[in-house]
Design a protein around this ligand. Structure first.
Ligand code: DGY
Length: 319
């Protein structure tokens, strides 16, 4: 049986499936560089996840036994793909299966921000709610508002569809090129080749592009300055797409109305300034966190491993 290492506990149904097929080792922490070097000589496959940063110096082993890194997650900006390819290691991910869970969470953030749900709950739980009154925690109407999507991939499109079909929202999107999909035409989503144009016109801006150096700080001080003072920023993609200190300044100066974040530049650290703000909703990277989705992600990894060890084409090859 091939030897497989997973770096964290996975849903038990998936661990059981892996155990049936492979000689499985389960860790509950990231590997140091030295541990990576020995793991690369010991295991046939290593299955990391988003919090395992896999840099080039972790992959320096010549002729490693590991020939596949099967990531538990769709994003792979934490893995140095060039270094993996140079060692002849294939990398796979888990697309599609977390699209709706992540888009649902982006909708959750949008509603929590708009309707001040976090503030309201904090007020009630701290016994500061003394009854209904006409100006209490007045929020923003979502239905009919304009949603700007940055990165119209699978998750961006799913959020756009939920927002359009369910809440009559007008959809703008910014992408490298217009998306030629019937779903995008059906919702009459408007392509903005110029991101500033989208930022200037949106009531809610949701970030859905991949992380990594090409998109690092795409939402910086200049971009935030384009947004309307009543607008909200939502990020369920990767923390480094948003310049977090520029975001803090924009919020402090009232340049935007609030932010809903599921991801952070230095996860799991969260800026003290953000923690202190009432108009910010902060979640602990929960995008794909439903039982069904996490099981499906695990099973997608299993399919990639099975394909690899039976010499078939990898369903979700990244490199
Ligand atoms: C992913 O899949 O990339 C998520 O961020 C982790 O669930």
């Amino acid at each position: 049986m091939p030897k497989v290492l997973i770096t964290r506990r996975w849903p038990s149904a998936v661990e059981a499936e892996l155990q049936r097929r492979y000689e499985l080792t389960v860790r509950d922490s990231s590997l140091s560089a030295a541990e990576w070097h020995s793991a690369l000589n010991e295991y046939d496959a290593i299955c990391p996840c988003v919090i395992d940063k896999i840099t080039a110096d972790m992959l320096t082993v010549l002729n490693p036994r590991t020939k596949i890194i099967a990531n538990f997650g769709v994003g792979y900006n934490h893995i140095d793909l060039v270094a993996a390819a140079a060692r002849g290691i294939s990398v796979t991910n888990t697309p599609d299966v977390l699209t709706h869970a992540t888009a649902d969470l982006a909708m959750t953030l949008m509603f929590m921000l708009a309707r001040r749900a976090g503030e309201g709950e904090r007020q009630l739980r701290s016994h500061q709610w003394h009854g209904w009154y006409p100006t209490h925690l007045m929020g923003t109407q979502v239905t009919g508002a304009t949603l700007g999507i940055i990165g119209m991939g699978r998750i961006g499109m799913a959020m756009a569809q939920k927002a359009h079909d369910g809440f009559g929202m007008k959809i703008l999107y910014h992408n490298r090129k217009p998306v030629n999909e019937s779903m995008v035409y059906a919702m009459k989503a408007e392509y903005c080749s110029d991101m500033d144009n989208l930022l200037q016109r949106s009531d809610f801006v949701a970030v859905h592009c991949p992380g990594g150096k090409n998109n690092r700080h795409m939402i910086n001080a200049a971009a935030l300055a384009q947004m309307q003072p009543h607008a909200f920023l939502i990020n369920t993609a990767r923390g480094d797409v948003v310049d977090e200190s520029a975001l803090v300044t924009a919020l402090q100066q009232g340049q935007i109305a609030g932010a809903g974040l599921d991801v952070y530049e230095n996860e799991p650290e969260v800026s003290q300034a953000l923690l202190a703000m009432q108009n910010v909703v902060l979640l602990p990277h929960l995008g794909s966190a439903t039982t069904a989705t996490r099981e499906a992600m695990g099973m997608r990894v299993v399919s990639n491993l099975d394909a690899f060890f039976s010499g078939q084409q990898l369903p979700d090859r990244v490199v």
